[in-house]
Write a protein that binds this ligand. Structure first.
Ligand SMILES: NC(=O)c1ccc[n+]([C@@H]2O[C@H](COP(=O)([O-])OP(=O)(O)OC[C@H]3O[C@@H](n4cnc5c(N)ncnc54)[C@H](O)[C@@H]3O)[C@@H](O)[C@H]2O)c1
Length: 397
């Protein structure tokens, strides 16, 4: 039963316990993504329906769901209002839910008192950090939100997708017409398969190794710690050669590699550079590097971000694929996988208010990168030379 409430709040009176809980009624905005060939969307119509059922209002930019096959009519039926411009969404919404980091035009629309919930990847992006700090808004990064077990629940679904895609991409660019050395991942009867070297044994690395092994590749995985390797070795058996690497091991493995998948990452910080320019000269011409960690600066020295419009370039005869939004190419799979993970956090932010949710939900607070003009992620502050403010302190006032 809803009691009379001031605007922006609902008071839910539990008839059994005769107590009143004050729940916020938030206006959530979903702009259309504008990064090149980014087809995902922050909320599916199904997610909108759930938020509206809890008393929130959702404003979706016209045709934001086009990439996943969701029409404006689908969003209206779910209870959203449709805005004809991004300006309308950013001007009205208290909480903006997106997928990719805000580009300059979007950052210019952010304002104090507003919260942004999306991927940010700030460590390699000084312009974004400057603009987010200047905006006065509160920015929560999907990729650094943690679970009670210390995992990264909002990064994992897209890492699963990107890890799997990395092998599809490598297979495509190994083909001669795509510029590669003309090797079929699986090989053929009596002909050796491709050798795929995976650097890093997290979510991306494990998913890449699984798909490469399933396609018949010879898979080599190099990691810093033994635990994830043991699990994967037990799963994949002799199709995987996995070891904790020492200096010199990467050079040796690169020489025999047809494809290399870069997936090493330090949460919220810059990716470690594991492959130098000098190492490329020892590799087979037409080999393919897929730097999935490019969103955190990349783990090959010669990596620079590319887009789905122009995904590869060559250095020393080695193809580099460095698309920073790989899952954007499979938006139906990705948006639904992402929303399954993000929706409970969006509900928490909307239900209790952004600052209260951040104060009391430790996993969500780990996602706080920028808070009302303060930088609250230590790795970003260190990478870019900014002063760091602890999240709890930034939220205290
Ligand atoms: N390009 C894209 O579209 C895309 C999509 C999804 C994820 N990503 C990125 O992929 C990267 C990996 O994500 P994840 O979910 O697998 O992370 P994860 O935390 O699950 O795994 C990262 C792994 O890197 C390892 N590592 C760290 N330093 C290392 C080093 N010096 N040598 C070897 N291994 C090292 C860690 O031990 C960990 O196992 C992240 O940068 C993520 O943002 C990119």
């Amino acid at each position: 039963m809803m009691a009379d409430s001031p605007p922006g709040q609902l008071t839910w009176v539990n008839p059994r316990r005769a107590e009143a809980l004050t729940l916020l009624n938030m206006l959530i905005g979903v702009p259309k993504e504008i990064k090149v060939h980014e087809y995902r969307v922050g909320l599916t119509p199904e997610s909108v329906r759930e938020l509206v059922a809890r008393g929130h209002r959702v404003m979706v930019e016209k045709s934001a769901g086009e990439g996943i096959g969701a029409s404006d009519g689908d969003y209206r039926t779910a209870g959203a209002s449709i805005a004809s411009t991004p300006d309308e969404v950013f001007a009205a919404a208290e909480l903006i839910v997106k997928v990719k980091e805000p580009l300059a035009a979007e950052r210019a629309r952010l304002r104090p008192g507003q919260a942004l919930f999306t991927y940010l990847h700030l460590a390699p992006d000084p312009d974004q950090v400057r603009d987010l700090l200047a905006s006065g808004a509160t920015a929560i990064a999907y990729e650094t939100v943690t679970s009670p077990t210390g995992r990264l629940p909002l990064l994992a679904p897209m890492s699963e997708v990107a890890g799997r895609m990395a092998i599809q991409v490598a297979a495509h660019y190994l083909e001669r017409p795509s510029g590669g050395r003309g090797v079929l991942i699986s090989g053929a009867a009596g002909i050796a398969p491709a050798r795929v070297v995976v650097l890093g044994a997290g979510v991306v690395g494990s998913n890449a190794a699984r798909i490469a092994a399933a396609m018949g590749a010879e898979v080599v995985m190099l990691s810093r710690s033994p635990a994830p390797l043991q699990r994967l070795q037990a799963e994949l058996g002799p199709r995987l050669r996995a070891f904790v690497y020492s200096p010199g091991d990467i050079d040796r493995e690169l020489r025999e590699a047809d494809a290399v998948i870069g997936s090493a990452m330090v949460t919220g910080g810059l990716a470690p550079k594991l492959v130098t320019r000098a190492m490329l000269s020892t590799m087979k011409k037409g080999a393919v590097l897929v730097d999935v960690s490019i969103d955190q600066g990349g783990c090959f020295e010669t990596s620079r971000p590319t887009t789905h419009a122009d995904p590869v370039y060559s250095v020393e005869g080695i193809l580099h694929y460095c698309v920073a939004n790989m899952p954007g190419a499979v938006p139906r799979t990705s948006t639904y996988a992402l929303n399954r993970a993000t929706l409970p956090f969006v509900q928490d932010l909307a239900q209790r208010g952004v600052l209260e949710a951040l104060r009391t939900n430790a996993g969500l607070r780990d996602g706080l990168n920028v808070c009302r003009g303060k930088l609250t992620r230590r790795e970003v502050a260190e990478a870019l030379g900014y002063a760091y403010t602890e999240a709890g302190e930034a939220l205290a006032t």
